[in-house]
Every structure is written in structure tokens, then in C-alpha cells.
Design a protein around this ligand. Structure first.
Ligand SMILES: *Cc1c(COP(=O)(O)O)cnc(C)c1O
Length: 463
């Protein structure tokens, strides 16, 4: 064997050990693509190690999103890597499965029987909210024009909404009238509506599962108040329900809460498949009560790759795997399975609420009953505690727990709170360990009072 061949062979052999390879001896490039390729196993391992710096998703108690999936989901996601949701002509079965999911959700949310569901998958609730908001704006504008009235000053009325509605309002030129919180309230209170709606209101957004505290806004009472306002002023104002989280919780845990298409005023509903829908990240849904509520001129008939198909979406290409995974979960769990999963989460949330209430320094804002499987709480005596909830978050982070601290929205921004979400895959044992860490952290902080009672928020809150 020639000398240079031996050397090459040795160099190749060195490459087979990830940590003696050329790439692992370097700091990974941040600004310029490398000149040449590297072995897949080496690059994979180096990235795998870099990602260990991320928080551990299983201990992320801040997120509503799916952090655990079974093997069937993993396999289907892998098999569907190449499916483009938009290519309905090329992947007609993926398109068919999307339509089945829309039908199943329309049925779950009690849309009028006898028609197939009107709606579509999206990348999440944010895109779904844009589509729902656009339909509201289009219908309001058509009505105003038909009446010969100006249609240039649309507004949308809501309580403490998720950031996606602020985006909708800014991107699509709608005034967002966010009703400030009343003392003691955690969401929109129906009697507040009269002072905020008018003839230019395209709709009211009600939230099933308020992002901050996790309780439900009273959708039926909001609809009833809008009935009364219609009688008084003649304004027929539709409701869009942002059920990002609650859309997959209320039907199973709170079947008697009337929030969905059972209310004639509810025109559309969005949900996040990747939250309590249990699908992996990247899928949301919007469903309209009937086909008439989706203005035809928002739907594009795209003649593409040999087919003519209607689409209403902000994206064009989009992965199909999450939609398949959603359908898999519908079949795998069924209604009974979803009920058991959400009930297990709610039971764990109630257990945590009991422990937190008994600990001493906390007052519960939401005890995990009647809304999402979650707990939110505040310090009973913020001035006298000797520490802030921000300090407590930092302390819990030492054990890997990510428990967010943030202020309530206007006008209750002086109340700083913490929130823990219980999702599929978060176990009772894990939460019992959190409780003992919480207790130890409180004891430590109480024994070592922090000098500055910081009341100002330290970080943004956008979950
Ligand atoms: C999470 C959430 C959203 C945004 O949903 P994404 O699926 O993350 O885009 C909107 N509204 C509410 C109430 C939410 O909880």
C-alpha cells in the first residue's frame, strides 16, 4: 500500500470517531457555510450536543404545546416528511385526511348536522386566527357596502387575547379594542361589551382557555349580551372563539359548557392541533359554522400541478405529516381516549393546586378546575414575602423546571403570577417532585430574603 493511501485511510478512520473528527476540533461556523461536506454522523452528533443547551421540553411547564408523542406518531411523521399539504392533486389521500379532520372537528364542536365541515388545517392557531379574522372583516365590509355605509374603520373587540390577535389587527388594518381587566377578573366580562362594540365591530373574540390564567371566558354569556345589544342597536356581531387550547379540552372534560356552534352567534372556531389536540408541532385548525360564513372571494382556486383546488391559507407549501398525525390521534384515542388523557392531566393539575394552596405564600388564581389542566397563582403578600415570583422561577430553573412568571394584562398588570401547564406526558410523579422542589425553593428564599423587591416584569410573555 502506498504511503499516502495509508495516511488517507487513517484520516478516514479518525473521522469515524465523532470527537476526533476535523469538525469536532473547531467551533462550529456561525456566519459562513463550510467549504466542503462533513460526515453525517459527525454533524448530527455535534448538533445533538449543542441542542442539549436548550431547556428540557419535558420540564417545560410554560408551554401548551405537545412535548410527548407515541411511536406511531414518530413513524408517520418520518414517512410523511415529503408530503406537501398544498399538493392536493399529487397527495389526494393526505388532502382527504385533512377533510376528515375538519369534519370530525365540526362534529366535535356541534356544527349544524347534515353538511360536511367548512374549514382547513393551518400551521397553528395564529394562522387560523388570521383566517377567522379575515372572514369576519370581509363579511362586515360586504354588509356595510350593501347598506351604503362606510366600511373603512373596522374594529375587533376582545379581552386579554394572545399576541396573534394583535398581529391580525396590525397586519390587516383593524382596530383592536382590547377590553381592560376588571378588578378580580381574569377575562372579558359580558357587561363590559356594551361600552366597546359599535356598528364597525367585525366580531368579538372569546377565548376558551385564557393564555394568562387558563380559565374559560363565558362564551354563552358573551353571546347572550350580544343578542341583547342586537335588540337594542340592530348590530349583528358574530363571535369567533379562540379555542387554541380549550377546543380539545372542553368537549371532553366540560361537555355541559356551551361555547361552540350550539350558540348560533358563534361563526368560527380555531384550535391548535399541537396543543391539547396532542399532535406534534405545526398544526392548527379553523372551522366555520356553515359554508356561507366563509366569503367566496377569500378562497383561491389554484390551478396547479394539474388540478383545480380551492385554498384559503397564508402559506403555500406546508408539511403534511402533522395533519396525518392528528388523524392518527383521532383514530388511536377516540373520544374516550381524549377524555382519559385530558382527565388525567386535570387530576394532576388539581393535585398541584391543592399542594400550592397549602404551601402558605401563594393565592390561587386558577385551581385547574373548569378550564384547562393548569394551575396559576400569585404571591399572597408580594411586599412581605421577601422574594418575588421571578426569584422563584430562577430558583426552580436550577432543577431544570421552567415555570414562567409574568404580569397579568391591563388593568391588572400589578399582579405578577406563575402558571404551570399539565400536558399529556407530564406525570403525577414528576409534579410531586416539582412540589418538593417548590417547597425547598420557597424555604430557601424565605431564609435568604432578596434585597430588591423587583415588581417590574423581567421578560416578555408570548405563550
Ligand atoms: C397558543 C395560543 C394561540 C396561538 O396559537 P399557535 O398555535 O401557537 O399559533 C392563540 N390563542 C390562544 C388563546 C393560545 O393559547
Amino acid at each position: 500500500m502506498a504511503l499516502h493511501e495509508t495516511k488517507d485511510a487513517r484520516a478516514r478512520d479518525a473521522d469515524t470517531d465523532v470527537f476526533t473528527s476535523a469538525l469536532s476540533g473547531q467551533i462550529l461556523p456561525k456566519y459562513r457555510m463550510p467549504e466542503d461536506h462533513s460526515p453525517s454522523e459527525v454533524v448530527y452528533s455535534l448538533l445533538h450536543n449543542e441542542l442539549l443547551l436548550d431547556g428540557n421540553a419535558a420540564q417545560n411547564l410554560a408551554t401548551f404545546c405537545t412535548t410527548w408523542s407515541d411511536d406511531g406518531v414518530h413513524r408517520l411523521m418520518n414517512e410523511c416528511l415529503d408530503k406537501n399539504m398544498i399538493d392536493k392533486d399529487e397527495y389526494p389521500q393526505t388532502a382527504e385526511i385533512e377533510a376528515r379532520c375538519v369534519n370530525i372537528l365540526a362534529d366535535l364542536w356541534n356544527a349544524p348536522k347534515g353538511t360536511s365541515g367548512t374549514g382547513c388545517s393551518t400551521t397553528g392557531s395564529s394562522e387560523a386566527a388570521m383566517l377567522g379574522g379575515l372572514a369576519l372583516k370581509w363579511r362586515w365590509r360586504a354588509r356595510r357596502r350593501a347598506e351604503g355605509k362606510p366600511a373603512d374603520r373596522p374594529n375587533l373587540v376582545c379581552g386579554p387575547v394572545q399576541i396573534c390577535w394583535e398581529k391580525f389587527a396590525r397586519y390587516f388594518d383593524v382596530e383592536l379594542r382590547q377590553v381592560p381587566l376588571e378588578p378580580g377578573a381574569t377575562g372579558l366580562v359580558p357587561h363590559q361589551l356594551a361600552a366597546h362594540v359599535d356598528e364597525n365591530t367585525i366580531g368579538v373574540v372569546a377565548i376558551l382557555g385564557v393564555t394568562y390564567t387558563c380559565d374559560y371566558e363565558p362564551v354563552a354569556e358573551i353571546a347572550a349580551e350580544l343578542d341583547r345589544i342586537q335588540e337594542e342597536h340592530g348590530w349583528d356581531i358574530p363571535v369567533h372563539v379562540d379555542a387554541a387550547s380549550g377546543g380539545f379540552v372542553a368537549p371532553f372534560l366540560h361537555p355541559d359548557v356551551v361555547w361552540d356552534f350550539r350558540l348560533p352567534r358563534v361563526a368560527s372556531v380555531n384550535t391548535s392541533g399541537h396543543k391539547y389536540g396532542l399532535a406534534p408541532l405545526g398544526v392548527g385548525w379553523i372551522v366555520w359554522r356553515t359554508a356561507e360564513l366563509l366569503p367566496a372571494d377569500l378562497v383561491f382556486d389554484v390551478d396547479y400541478l394539474g388540478g383545480d383546488m380551492p385554498t384559503f391559507a397564508l402559506n403555500f407549501s406546508r408539511p403534511g405529516g402533522e395533519v396525518i398525525a392528528q388523524y392518527y390521534l383521532f383514530l388511536r384515542l377516540g373520544r374516550g381516549g381524549y377524555r382519559r388523557v385530558q382527565q388525567a392531566c386535570a387530576d394532576t393539575a388539581q393535585y398541584l393546586a391543592g399542594e400550592i394552596a397549602g404551601m402558605g405564600p401563594f393565592t390561587l388564581l386558577y385551581d385547574g378546575q373548569g378550564g384547562l389542566p393548569a394551575v396559576s397563582y400569585t404571591l399572597a403578600d408580594p411586599a412581605g414575602a421577601g422574594f418575588t415570583l421571578y426569584d422563584l422561577s430562577d430558583r426552580l430553573r436550577m432543577r431544570g423546571w421552567q415555570v414562567p412568571t409574568y404580569p397579568l394584562p391591563a388593568d391588572r398588570q400589578d399582579t405578577v403570577m406563575q402558571r404551570v401547564l399539565i400536558r399529556h406526558g407530564v406525570t403525577r410523579d414528576q409534579i410531586a417532585l416539582l412540589v418538593s422542589d417548590l417547597r425547598a425553593a420557597v424555604e430557601h428564599l424565605a431564609a435568604h430574603p432578596q434585597p430588591v423587591p423587583a415588581t417590574e416584569p423581567r421578560s416578555g410573555f408570548h405563550h
